[in-house]
Design a protein around this ligand. Structure first.
Ligand SMILES: [Zn+2]
Length: 286
């Protein structure tokens, strides 16, 4: 009996390993059908660290302001299933040129500059498939497409007007990068404050499959830091410690909580809700 067992055990072990490898292979080949593929990716990816130079608060000249007295621009709100928008959230939106497309007031000039850069460099007009949506429109989409394809109302950043689903003539959706203009757009969008919000590597963090067409405005220098470090917006915001100040080129970035905020002096400060109970300050040295 003992002898027989010793022959069977290696066979079972090899068979088990082969089956596991096959399962992993199938999962990787069919990433949309097997969520395991995302989990495998996440295991290899691990926790993403990035470094921003921290500045001790006593090295900065700071002034305290009451949060009730500040006007927020809200370009850095984290919006997902775990961080829905407040049901009373009122977006600041405007019409892009005379196109009938409504988008966030904070992003409209940067979008115009990005669109112009694409046209100047590639000779292709950039089109918006979908930008601002009301919660009611998001609800309709959710009912039509289901939870695998669409987010429930209040959980989509389209409701802020900060997200733009973009396309080129003949190149929409997953094929947007199959033309030179798409490649140019993806490469240069961060210089104008836009990120690919649902990157191919981010599914386990964002919960959303790769969407190369969905660009989200977060402003400068955040879009450049996020893209250069291969981060999702979730990872970037989570990495900013409440109460800390970080230096990046001509900017000081700080995430804070509470009834008053400490703003660096001699800077122009943009203040955004983080939609997690705090604020993110982007101070640009004058
Ligand atoms: Zn979208």
């Amino acid at each position: 009996m003992k002898k027989r067992n010793s022959a069977v055990t290696p066979f079972v072990t090899v068979l088990t390993i082969v089956l596991i490898l096959l399962a992993a292979l199938v999962a990787i080949i069919k990433p949309d059908k097997f969520n395991i593929a995302g989990q495998v990716t996440a295991l290899f990816r691990g926790r993403v660290e990035y470094n921003l130079d921290e500045v001790p608060a006593d090295e900065l000249t700071l002034k305290s302001v009451d949060v009730d007295a500040v006007k927020t621009i809200n370009t850095l709100m984290l919006i997902n299933k775990d961080h829905p928008l407040d049901q009373y959230f009122e977006p600041s939106i405007c019409e892009y040129k005379d196109s009938g497309v409504m988008m966030s007031t904070a992003s409209v000039d940067s979008y115009a500059a990005l669109s112009k850069a694409v046209m100047d460099n590639c000779g292709e007009p950039l089109y918006v498939m979908s930008s601002y949506r009301t919660p009611e429109e998001q609800q309709e989409l959710y009912e039509e497409q289901g939870s695998n394809e669409a987010l429930p109302p209040h959980c989509s950043e389209h409701e802020t007007g900060l997200a733009q689903d973009l396309y080129f003539s003949g190149f929409a959706g997953k094929s947007i990068n199959n033309c030179p203009a798409g490649k140019y757009l993806t490469e240069h969008a961060p210089e104008y404050g836009f990120i690919v919000r649902y990157p191919s590597f981010g599914r386990m963090v964002t919960g959303i499959n790769y969407e190369p067409w969905h660009f989200r405005y977060v402003g400068l220098p955040h879009a450049q830091i996020i893209t250069a470090n291969g981060l999702t917006l979730e990872e970037y915001i989570e990495g900013l410690e409440y109460g800390s100040f970080y230096a990046y080129e001509d900017y000081i970035i700080s995430r804070q909580k509470g009834d008053s905020l400490l703003l660096p002096e001699n800077c122009t400060c943009d203040i955004s809700l983080d939609n997690c109970g705090g604020y993110i300050i982007t101070a640009k040295k004058q």
